[in-house]
Design a protein around this ligand. Structure first.
Ligand SMILES: Cc1cc2nc3c(=O)[nH]c(=O)nc-3n(C[C@H](O)[C@H](O)[C@H](O)COP(=O)(O)OP(=O)(O)OC[C@H]3O[C@@H](n4cnc5c(N)ncnc54)[C@H](O)[C@@H]3O)c2cc1C
Length: 399
């Protein structure tokens, strides 16, 4: 099934269902996160199902957003978790390159990402620039040999696996902070890029500090225009929120597992637990419905907007509610467990849940965005729109 002929929706449905019926045997015996993720992606590409909405000239199937939405619906619960290593590349970096990138960047990077040959990371956050991302201090200077970047990034998911990064750096300090930012594609495998893993409360290492010391980036690896990277950065974040809202990246505890847990621990007749379980079901359905409405809107030709914060917010709110229920039911007799104990996996789910409301922008930031850009409420009063960046007191920049 390697052809990419235009399929009717019933044919596409058959193809997707047929593909997922074969996935367990495809992955049988394949060990390790990267190997399993790549095996899945390669098979998806060969089945003509990778990048359903990506134009054919860039390696996609060229079937449009309806096909993508159909895939999202039919694949729910069947995609191996190892595919998450591609979420940043496919859900964030590639849509941004397709919308804002120069032709040579699209031709070079989109197809290998769809095939699962290259992994991407997102170098936005810095120690002094998280929610207030526009305060970033990483500098890029233009030289005769291209751009030279210096600075520090943090919380960079999957930088330890990535060959490429989407990176924001400051290219002009004499203008207000939202101006003078440029987006780059940075090859990670080069001297000057140091990736240091950060150990999380769960024991996992899946994000990193990244130090950039005289890192060289080709002149033509700017995405969009020099000094005008902020709107491009925002567009990427909308894709990020949409991808998370649709279930990409970190996964909350699935409802079916919650329901089984409540039954197995004999708590199904407890009124408080029943109400909490019903709330989790409602939250999960709402997150799905918001995501489906968004897909319909894209299908109708509307661009992504600040409304993507709705899906992201529902996903994180619901994920934390699920974790709270787990902690009440699985740990009713105390919060301790032994390695190998059946509560170990539940402990991971509980400890990991706080990340849902941080990654991709915090819940408060999503609410600010909905308040200002969707509801039209007055903007944050503490704005510095008129002050040149070099005069701001941000991060390590003091006076
Ligand atoms: C699992 C995970 C993965 C991540 N992956 C990446 C990645 O791959 N690449 C990357 O660049 N970053 C990544 N991040 C970083 C993430 O984007 C930041 O953690 C997030 O933007 C918050 O920034 P901060 O941690 O600096 O917190 P801060 O911005 O310091 O916020 C601290 C608290 O203050 C609140 N706050 C801040 N400003 C306001 C405001 N104006 N109004 C109301 N409340 C406010 C916040 O909501 C938060 O509760 C990841 C984070 C997590 C947890």
């Amino acid at each position: 099934m390697s052809d990419k002929d235009q399929l009717t929706m019933p044919e596409l449905t058959d193809r997707i269902e047929g593909f997922f019926a074969e996935v367990p045997s495809l992955l049988a015996g394949v060990e390790g996160t990267v190997a399993r993720g790549k095996a899945y992606r390669e098979a998806l590409y060969d089945a003509g199902l990778a990048g359903l909405d990506v134009p054919r000239e860039y390696g996609g199937a060229g079937c449009g957003p309806t096909a993508k939405a159909l895939f999202a619906k039919l694949s729910r619960g069947h995609v191996p978790e190892e595919d998450d290593i591609f979420t940043i590349g496919l859900g964030m970096a590639m849509p941004t390159l397709l919308e804002f990138g120069a032709e040579h960047l699209r031709r070079r990077y989109v197809e290998p990402a769809l095939r699962g040959e290259e992994i991407w990371c997102q170098m936005y956050s810095e120690p002094g620039a998280g929610s207030d991302l526009a305060s970033l201090q990483t500098r890029a200077l233009r030289t005769a040999n291209g751009w030279v970047i210096n600075g520090q990034k943090i919380w960079t998911s999957r930088a330890e696996l990535a060959q490429f990064a989407i990176c924001l750096a400051r290219t002009d300090v004499d203008v207000p902070k939202h101006k003078g930012i440029t987006m780059f594609v940075v090859p990670m495998d080069q001297p000057g890029v140091t990736v240091r893993p950060i150990r999380q409360i769960t024991g996992a290492f899946e994000f990193n500090e990244v130090f950039l010391d005289d890192v060289v980036v080709p002149d033509d690896h700017v995405v969009g225009e020099v000094d005008r990277g902020w709107p491009v950065a925002v567009a990427l974040m909308q894709n990020e929120r949409s991808a998370i809202g649709a279930g990409g990246g970190r996964r909350p505890v699935p409802f079916e597992m919650l329901r089984d847990l409540v039954h197995d621990r004999g708590r199904a007749t407890d009124p408080g637990i029943r109400a909490a379980l019903a709330d989790c079901y409602i939250g999960q359905r709402l997150a799905q419905l918001v995501s489906e409405l968004e897909a319909e809107s894209v299908d109708a030709g509307k661009p992504l907007s600040a409304e993507t914060s709705l899906g992201k917010l529902w996903r994180s709110t619901n994920g934390r509610a699920a974790a709270a229920l787990v902690s009440e039911v699985a740990f009713a007799a105390g919060a301790s467990w032994k390695p190998g104990d059946d509560r170990e996996d539940w402990a991971f789910a509980v400890l990991d849940a706080c990340a849902l409301s941080l990654g991709g922008g915090t819940d408060e930031v999503q609410k600010n965005s909905i308040a200002e850009k969707v509801l039209g409420l007055p903007r944050d009063p503490y704005r510095t729109d008129k002050v040149p960046f070099r005069d701001l007191t941000v991060g390590t920049q003091r006076g």
